[in-house]
Design a protein around this ligand. Sequence first.
Ligand code: CA
Length: 370
Amino acid sequence: MASKSNKWNVVKSVSKIANQDIISKIKNYNSPKSESLIYCYNTLDKVSRSFAVVIKQLSPELRDAVCVFYLSLRALDTIEDDLSTNFEQRMQWLNEFYLHVGNENFKLENVGDTPDYVELLSNYPKVAKAFNELNDKYKTIIKDIAKEMGLGMAHFAKNEVKTIDDYNMYCHYVAGLVGIGLSKLFAASGIESKELLEKLNIANSMGLFLQKTNITRDYAEDVEQGRFFWPQEIWKKFGNSNSAFLHKSDLNALGCLNTMVNDALKHFIDCIDYLNSLKETSIFRFCAIPQVMALGTLKLVYNNAMVFSENIKMEKSESAIMFANCNSIEEFNLLVKNIIDNWKTEASMPLYFETNQILNNISKKLVLNN
Ligand code: CA
């Protein structure tokens, strides 16, 4: 058997070819059929460059449904995040947004905390028009998810995330439902099998893993903006308030951080199962690339006190390697193995024993997959 580094280099060169395939697919990407879809794809580039790339390499029919799904949920998230709007008004918008997903007269002015989000909501009629042009089977799925998500966001606008159960529930509403909705879109397109619908719990874990990684990484930024997502059940063990760790680097702060990382990392086993059940390459890439990037981010964040003072991000070169080398479950397993093999844990790090156990479980799972 080739040594680890040789195997790694082989995969890199093989995937260069596969990566050219994605790039040429995006280059040859036929411009969308309607004015409203052109607006949607242009907006997608502005509100999420990383998702825009993986969405555009999907097959045409599914790509349009996923693009509209993403933008309508982004609109909902923009309402949730703009804390400057009147509370009662915001609750009404969150609860009723699903009724307007296909309403070509629905728009909100001056809602959103960045210019691109404000523009999305003031041009919402174009997204609604693109929604109305979709096949009915996709419309029902998108509307149902928008309803559940809006109700969940309204609930958590009134209720703090206290227990770990609350935290799981909040992440289910804002991200797990995205994983569930996408699985339903994949199955409805006929590209992935209907069996995916029997695995909605692991589809939920896909969303939880991404969301918890972001919540853990974004501590400093969120606290500075008055947002608290780390559950009280966790931070109370290490500090007197949810903002107590800002600019700290002591063992309590790191203990709290590592507990958050471990809690997120536990979902990764489900993510491996989910990715194993996918059949089509562009859907696989769409799902796997964000997961492997999140795992890389968690490794970077682990036991790293910089989280308490700034927004840390993976090196661009590192994420480019992940993007280019994630075209099959075998390549994904190699990327994951590489991250885990380089994940440093030492006895001096709080919670390192639990982290090691979870990392070992992930490694065992990878071996079973090969
Ligand atoms: Ca949000």
